[in-house]
Structure formats: structure tokens, C-alpha cells
Write a protein that binds this ligand. Structure first.
Ligand code: ADP
Ligand code: CA
Length: 445
């Protein structure tokens, strides 16, 4: 049986989706996850315990296991383990992203330098220690600008400022976030630095793609129909196929291709985000990993029956449609992405926004939301009594709504209609709960 190494932050939804996909394909997953190795297999998944912040030791631990348990492919889920994945693939002689390229993709400062050096459209930016004096910053920037951390994701810590007062407030807020216990626990030097960039107006798109020995195979271009103008940048709706003119889509693919080449990414999944306006396509970032959370469920792929014969002989042929996770696993063991195309229907996901800070008591209307025409599923992932923290500090969603229909417009309407059926009972947090919460976070850091 072929074995794929999966590096993941926790045993979350995405890891479970990979588990299900692996069973369908007939691949054995070998997990490596970030955890404390004094606990003896606490998750009962025989995962290799590693520490993402200690990359060399993590690579060594994985290679040690790989000596007795040969590995045929490597995948990373989430931003943090992408460099370890690249190093492991390189050491095992498997195709993957070069470690240097993965390191650039994980760090917004390195990425900005790289894209600028390649002559690609990029916002003017400055880097600054998070301990800098905001008065100094003021002399360096123009407005509107965006303050952001170098190595977080999901728009965490990203804030727009339109004037000096907002810039000072945003900078203080980012410093407090980067100095919080759960972020300190990542032990990344990147969290000592912030970027302040020119705000790029325009429409935003996400590109999900697979690189195959250097060739870019686009899996989907997502429209983000809600304006993302700040002050915070909460993701909501993703819909594919894009309704933008073919010329815009071609320009997006061309610029992402150029950016991928500049960064040096070569083989494996990528997730890119772009802003488009009259000046061109601005690549905001390219991550060396697939789309996160449950969002992947908005994607399904059909295999082209005429091209079945070209795949790895050891795998059974796919039963269409297949999930993104199944496609990624097949690719990780050598299958060519050109055999697959996104299914023909339009599809979308809404990351359910957190309406306000507080303790989630109840979500009502889930069944009514599920009955909205073209709604495929409504998944509330926040747990009752969970503390909900909105952006810019928060790092989780309330849940996800999925819809599928013949046109992207219908998908978008269904997502909004389903969301309108939901009501959220959220209690103001009590000081005592806040204390418990922060202790909890420290204990798990
Ligand atoms: P993350 O990795 O946390 O997603 P990003 O750099 O992608 O961080 O920023 C998150 C969001 O913030 C983007 O999707 C975009 O909507 C907004 N944003 C970030 N930088 C800029 C910018 N320079 N101009 C306009 N919007 C921006
Ligand atoms: Ca992003």
C-alpha cells in the first residue's frame, strides 16, 4: 500500500477529510503533528510527534520513521509545517516544493521582497519591529495603509488604517496580539516584525492550484463577492467559477504563474490571493498548501475517462466526483492533475462570520438554512459555550455553509439566504470566563 506523510497542526476537520479520502483511494496516511512528545500517542492516531518550531529536529524525527515505513508522498496542511514538508520531501528524493521557496511563501516579508524583485505589481511596504515607536512609523507611510503580521493566516492581525490615529491604534493592537501567549508559543522570530503596506483597492480572488513538476494546473478561481475594504478583513463568501471577464481570469492565472516562478514553488498544492484593479493584478500572497478548514468541500472534481490509463498503476481508478483531498493524495503519489477538472456546476462556501465577541450559547435555524434551495450543507463548527473572538484577534469561524447550483449567482444568493435563516445566541463574556479562557490557551500553548 502506498503511504503519504501528512503534516498537520492538529487532528482537525481537514485531517479527517484526508483520512476519509485515503480510505477511498487505498492509501495509508502517516501523520506528523505538532504536539508534546511526553504524552504517549494522546490522539491514538500513531502520529509522529514533532514541534513545528524546531524544523531540523522535526525533519529528523520524520526521516527516522520513514526508514522503516517507506513514504511515497508528502503533504502539508496549514502554513506552519510547509517548510518541514519540503525538507522531508527533498531528503527522501520525492517531488515537492524546494524548502527555500516554501520558506518564502510562509513569510509575507520575504514574499514581498521576492515579488518586488521579480517586477510583479506589489504594494509599497515597510517592515518594522513590533516594538517600534508609532511616531517613527508615521513618517514612513501614506494612507490608507494596511498593518499586518508577517506569519499569521486567516487575516489574523490584518488591519486597515486611514489616518495616523488609526495607524497607532492598529499597531498597538497588533503588538498585543503578537505578544499574546498562544502566538508566543509558536516561538517564531517572524512574530517580532510587522509590515505596513499601501492599501490596494479592488476586487479580490482566490486561486486554488496544483503545481506539477513546475507546471501550474489551476483547480479553481474563486470570486470573493463581499467587498474587503477593512478595517478588518473577515473572509465570507467564496464562489467558483469566477464571474469576472475571461481577460481578467487569464491575467490572474498569468500573474500567479509569474509569482510562483519568482518564489520558486514547483510541486504540490498552492493557495493564492489576488487583488485586481485598473493597475493590474496584485498577488497578496501565495501559500504552499491547499485551501484551509472545511472550505475544500466546495470543490469536487471529475476524472477525464479518456486519460485514466496515465495514472499510477497501483491505485484504483477514481469514482467521480472526487474531493480535493482525494485529488491531492493521488497527486502526492504521482497522479497528473491534468486528468481532473472541477465539476461543471457552480459551487460556493460561506465562512460564517462571528457577529460579535462573546460566549456562543446556541445557533438556531440550522434546519431551515439547510432547506434553502441549492444549499448543500450547513456546518456549525463552534461549540456551545465556546468563546467567540472576532477578527483581528480571532482565529476560527462559527461554521460553514455550502451551496451548489448551475450559476455562481444562484450559489451566492443561496448562501446569503441560508445565512439569513441562522440566529446566534451569544452572551457577553464574564470576567471570570475570560480568565479561564486565557489559562486554557496557555495550558495548550
Ligand atoms: P492572511 O495570510 O492572514 O490571510 P493577507 O496578507 O492575505 O493575510 O491579508 C488578509 C486580507 O487582508 C486579504 O485577503 C485582503 O482582503 C486584505 N489585505 C491584505 N493586504 C492588503 C493590501 N495591501 N491592500 C488591501 N487589502 C489587503
Ligand atoms: Ca490571505
Amino acid at each position: 500500500m502506498l503511504r503519504v506523510l501528512l503534516l498537520a497542526t492538529t487532528t482537525g476537520y481537514q485531517t479527517r477529510s484526508f483520512g476519509e479520502a485515503a480510505e477511498r483511494v487505498g492509501i495509508k496516511l502517516v501523520f506528523a503533528t505538532d504536539r508534546c512528545h511526553v504524552l504517549d500517542d494522546p490522539w491514538q492516531d500513531q502520529a509522529i510527534p514533532i514541534h513545528f518550531h524546531d524544523e531540523l529536529a522535526s525533519v529528523a524525527a520524520v526521516l527516522d520513521v520513514a526508514r522503516n515505513q517507506p513514504i511515497d508522498g508528502v503533504l502539508a496542511v496549514g502554513d506552519r509545517p510547509t517548510v518541514i514538508a519540503a525538507r522531508v520531501a527533498e531528503a527522501l528524493g520525492l517531488p515537492g516544493h524546494p524548502p527555500d521557496a516554501a520558506a518564502i511563501a510562509r513569510n509575507k516579508e520575504l514574499m514581498r521582497d521576492c515579488l518586488r524583485a521579480a517586477g510583479l505589481p506589489a504594494p509599497a511596504f515597510i517592515r518594522t519591529p513590533i516594538t517600534a515607536n508609532p511616531a517613527w512609523l508615521l513618517s514612513q507611510v501614506s494612507f490608507p495603509c494596511v498593518v499586518k503580521p508577517v506569519a499569521l493566516s486567516g487575516s489574523r492581525g490584518v488591519m486597515r488604517a486611514d489616518n495616523p490615529r488609526e495607524l497607532a491604534a492598529a499597531f498597538d493592537r497588533l503588538r498585543a496580539l503578537l505578544e499574546s501567549p498562544d502566538i508566543r508559543a509558536e516561538r517564531s522570530d517572524a512574530h517580532q516584525t510587522a509590515l505596513v503596506e499601501r492599501f490596494i483597492p479592488g476586487r479580490e480572488y482566490a486561486v486554488e492550484a496544483l503545481l506539477h513538476h513546475g507546471a501550474l494546473h489551476v483547480l479553481a478561481i474563486f470570486d470573493k463577492p463581499d467587498p474587503l475594504d477593512g478595517p478588518f478583513f473577515e473572509e465570507t463568501i467564496y464562489v467558483t467559477p469566477s464571474s469576472s471577464p475571461p481577460g481578467v481570469q487569464d491575467a490572474i492565472v498569468q500573474t500567479v504563474t509569474d509569482a510562483v516562478r519568482a518564489i520558486g514553488l514547483r510541486h504540490g498544492p498552492i493557495h493564492a490571493e489576488c487583488r485586481v484593479n485598473d493597475e493590474g493584478v496584485f498577488v497578496l500572497e501565495i501559500a504552499a498548501r491547499p485551501i484551509g478548514g472545511l472550505c475544500a468541500r466546495a470543490l469536487r472534481f471529475d476524472a477525464d475517462p479518456a486519460r485514466q490509463a496515465s495514472g499510477p498503476a497501483r491505485l484504483p481508478p477514481p469514482e467521480s466526483p472526487i474531493t480535493l483531498e482525494e485529488l491531492l493524495l493521488r497527486h502526492a503519489v504521482g497522479d497528473a492533475p491534468a486528468r481532473y477538472a472541477r465539476e461543471s456546476s457552480a459551487s460556493g462556501v460561506m465562512m460564517i462570520p462571528i457577529p460579535r465577541r462573546g460566549v456562543l450559547r446556541r445557533v438556531d435555524g440550522i434546519d431551515a438554512a439547510r432547506r434553502v434551495t441549492h444549499t448543500v450543507d450547513v456546518r456549525v463548527t463552534a461549540k456551545p459555550d465556546q468563546m467567540l473572538v472576532p477578527l483581528p484577534e480571532g482565529s476560527s469561524y462559527l461554521g460553514f455553509i455550502f451551496a451548489r447550483a448551475s450559476t455562481p449567482q444562484t450559489v451566492e444568493r443561496s448562501l446569503r439566504n441560508a445565512h439569513a435563516r441562522l440566529t446566534f445566541a451569544i452572551d457577553a463574556e464574564f470576567p471570570v470566563l475570560r480568565a479561564t479562557q486565557s489559562r486554557y490557551n496557555q495550558g495548550h500553548g
